[in-house]
Write a protein that binds this ligand. Sequence first.
Ligand code: SF4
Ligand code: SF4
Length: 339
Amino acid sequence: MVLKPNILSGESPEKNISPHPEVFRAVAKAFSNMGATLSYGDSPGFGNPKSNAQRGGFGKVADEEGVAWADFTNSRMMQFPEGKVIKKFSIAEGVAASDGIISISKLKTHALTRITGAIKNQFGCIPGARKAEFHSVMPTVSLFSQMLVDLNLLLKPRLFIMDGIIAMEGNGPRNGSGRKMNLLLLSTDPVALDTVVCRLINLDPKLVEPLVYGEQFGLGTMTDIDFVGDPVEDFIVPDFVVNRSSKKTTTGTSFLATSFLRRYFFFIDTFKSEIFTKCGRCVEVCPAQPKALSWSGEGKSKPPVYDYAKCIRCYCCQELCPFNAIYVKVPLLGKFIRS
Ligand code: SF4
Ligand code: SF4
């Protein structure tokens, strides 16, 4: 069985980007004690998967608990004729060869899907740069969300565990702030789990498109949820910092309207010049063809600039900037039209 923590980028656990390695340890111990043979891994948006896991503290725990590294670099094409929008996926060999996935996510915000939780964690089962291709061919939140649901229906993780002991609010999934919530959530239904997360952070779950399509496509339920454990009411954080301002981007929107929404409602704003480091990761990871980010000065003398006409609003640059220099703004016009 493969343990799939959402590692994203190998950072110190104190940054709250990933599930805490001690949560990973507890899960590994629990399944080892039941006799499971375990491996683990994740494919980040940038960098070497195993190095990221080592830097994030997962390698040390895995060594101590006898959990082997799974192959998240090579891939195998898996056919999925039942898929609503994607009929085949290139899946990490370590996942494709396993007899089950235990998905370990982090309770945190996400610029594209508002939260990144149980459903979105499986995106890391697609190796490296192939993930970026999905942003190009699924350039709306609706399509991207449907793809995520297809992916979950194909992979069918056996259990979804979420670390919400210290969650991330604000500029997630990488550069947000820690928020103590004292939560550990478990479910066999990722739609139910993420719906409960929405309730906990005072977010209308209908605004989270992977949930809407997850229920529509039969991945799980948003309404018929049985609770076991402490009462949810005791853990609600009404002022959790998350994007609640917009209506759901729906399918069936006309092409003209979709273009309009993407142009005026979603844009990546600016670089914080005082901490700008010219690392160039945002330019490197931009999946748009041609790239929507480029250097504006000779020899990287000035920050990269956006070409919004080319930008597909995938938020990869915001997600993967290691220095919190990129953030998302909803312009006044957008707020006005959405209200
Ligand atoms: S500029 Fe950023 S949001 Fe736009 S396509 Fe490139 S990576 Fe995605
Ligand atoms: S990824 Fe962030 S720090 Fe690096 S060049 Fe882009 S904006 Fe600057």
